[in-house]
Design a protein around this ligand. Structure first.
Ligand SMILES: [Fe+2]
Length: 198
């Protein structure tokens, strides 16, 4: 289940908000310009389905969002555990890529989770919002928003990505180590499984 946890940017000692209610999540993120919504999950799309199958399954929603937002390209990013000795190394490299706070100056970061999960951390308005996204979640982070993304130590997700620019989605790192001061993806997932706040 999707989970939003909000803390003051000073640290995670105080929890400002902790909710799994999609309406509350959308309302909490709207003031910082972040779009959150849920799409009905299509049955029969395997987590390891090829990109064509994934895009075909969500063709209607993709067309609506693309018309609304003017996206130029759409693709599918997927990473799932594999019986491959090199997998752990590849997963670790993928995780590290966007684990530090950054912005994208020339494009929004828009993702729809077809399967699996990942956590977006949005640093805006004096707060940090951790959005633990799962299948059916669409999150749109406007260009220029400081954020980071954690897929965990054992990444497993399939996501549709939307772009305005062919090569506009480049990370500019802020150099702030704020990400190290907040619970990571694994911690959020473990805390949720226990029914508490991280
Ligand atoms: Fe990013």
């Amino acid at each position: 289940m999707t989970l939003l946890t909000t803390w003051p940017e000073s640290g995670p000692e105080t929890v400002v908000r902790h909710t799994s209610d999609p309406v509350e999540i959308a309302a909490a993120l709207a003031p910082i310009g972040v779009r959150y919504e849920q799409w009905p999950v299509r049955a029969g799309v395997a987590p390891d389905a090829d990109a064509g199958t994934v895009l075909a399954a969500y063709r209607a929603e993709i067309a609506t969002l693309t018309a609304e937002e003017g996206f130029a390209t759409v693709d599918v990013a997927a990473l799932h555990p594999a019986d491959d000795p090199a997998w752990a190394e590849r997963a670790q490299a993928a995780r590290q890529k966007f684990l530090a706070e950054h912005t994208h100056e020339d494009d929004d970061e828009v993702r729809f989770f077809v399967a699996g999960s990942g956590a977006f951390y949005l640093h805006a308005g004096g707060e940090v919002h951790a959005v633990l996204c799962e299948e059916g979640d669409l999150l749109g982070v406007p260009r220029g928003t400081t954020h980071w993304f954690d897929m965990g130590t054992r990444p497993s997700f399939t996501a549709i990505r939307f772009f305005h620019e062919e090569d506009g989605w480049i990370a500019t790192f802020t150099g702030d180590d704020i990400a190290l001061r907040f619970p990571d993806f694994d911690t959020l997932r473990a805390a949720r499984a226990e029914g508490g706040a991280a």
